[in-house]
Design a protein around this ligand. Structure first.
Ligand code: BV8
Ligand code: ZN
Length: 250
């Protein structure tokens, strides 16, 4: 696979690299994306499920949907794209992996510097006293009640209309504004404020590269688009960067 001279040159001299990932990077692990045909929003609209009111209106329904997604995530593994990013982290002085995904696959692939913008489906907390529920291996589809206060237990994910975790968002914005190269990988760039990050990077002089199987809402605003499956592309890219680094060191 050929990469552009300009990208390879940028990576050769890059000190700081930031990456934003979306559901597309996990699709090769068998996790359905949101907005592709057959994706999880195809059956239900986000408003019906991924928001607090829907949870209060019908806690068992929303809880069972997350249980269904936990089941999927329990039965899938990281793919070569996740592993390539875990490798890439070791190749630069500063490397920030920012993800919108809640599937924990970056962590399972060995990435260390991960900023979870939309939370993590494996964590759950009580909406009344905020106590985090212990590791739950329950398979029940009825909503969990807090052991401490009996309140409803919800997944620790950011729903529509909810603020993103402040520390994580600030860290992500800072990384985007101060990096040399920014990759946006497997995201439709339709959900804000995450979709602002590639534009913040571009505005601050970073070289912004999109890796996706098709154009997205921000393709026309960034420097370069590499079309194809993220697993294959990232695997090749890391090999390329490693060679460049080796040549540099001799
Ligand atoms: C907020 C977590 C402040 C739960 C999710 C400004 C402008 C416009 C709208 C807004 C705005 N500010 C706020 C909004 C509203 C809203 C929003 O952005 N709506 C959109 C739909 C217009 N944002 C919010 O509500 C956010 N909160 O801003 O709070 C606030 C607070 C109060 C009052 C006012 C403001 C919260 C957003 C977070 C919502 N939570 N999920 C859960 O997962 O259940 S969103 C959901 O979408 C996921 O988190 C997901 O990560 C995210 C983005 O989706 P993608 O990851 O991009 O996935 P998608 O399927 O869309 O695309 C997959 C891509 O992969 C495709 O491009 C495909 O081509 C590609 N692909 C597929 N296979 C491959 C591939 N690419 C490469 N290789 C492959 N093999
Ligand atoms: Zn409680």
């Amino acid at each position: 696979m050929q990469f552009s001279e300009i990208l390879l040159n940028k990576l050769k001299h890059a000190n700081k690299v930031a990456v934003l990932t979306g559901a597309g990077i996990s699709s090769e692990s068998g996790v359905p994306t949101f907005r592709d045909p057959g994706g999880i929003w195809e059956k239900f609209k986000p408003e019906e499920l991924a928001n607090f009111d829907a949870f209060i209106r019908n806690p068992d329904f929303v809880w069972s949907w997350y249980q269904h997604r936990r089941e999927i995530m329990r039965n899938v593994k990281p793919n070569q794209g996740h592993y390539a990013l875990a490798e890439m982290e070791k190749l630069f002085n500063e490397f920030n992996l920012i993800t919108q995904n809640i599937d924990n696959l970056h962590c399972r692939a060995g990435s260390r510097e991960i900023t979870e913008l939309h939370g993590n489906i494996e964590r759950n907390y009580c909406i009344k006293c905020n106590t985090f529920a212990d590791e739950i291996n329950i398979i029940q589809n009825k909503v969990l009640k807090c052991e401490k206060c009996g309140g409803l237990v919800r997944p620790d994910v950011v729903w529509f209309g909810e603020m993103l975790p402040v520390k994580e968002l600030q860290h992500a914005e800072h990384s985007a504004a101060n990096c040399d190269v920014f990759f946006t990988i497997g995201t439709s760039a339709e959900v804000y404020p995450a979709a602002m990050l590639p534009l913040i990077a571009k505005r601050n002089g970073a070289y912004v590269v999109e890796i996706n199987v098709k154009p997205t809402a921000i393709t026309f605003e960034i420097n370069e688009s590499i079309t194809g499956k993220s697993g294959i592309i990232l695997n090749q890219l890391v090999k390329c960067i490693t060679e460049i680094k080796l040549l540099n060191s001799n």
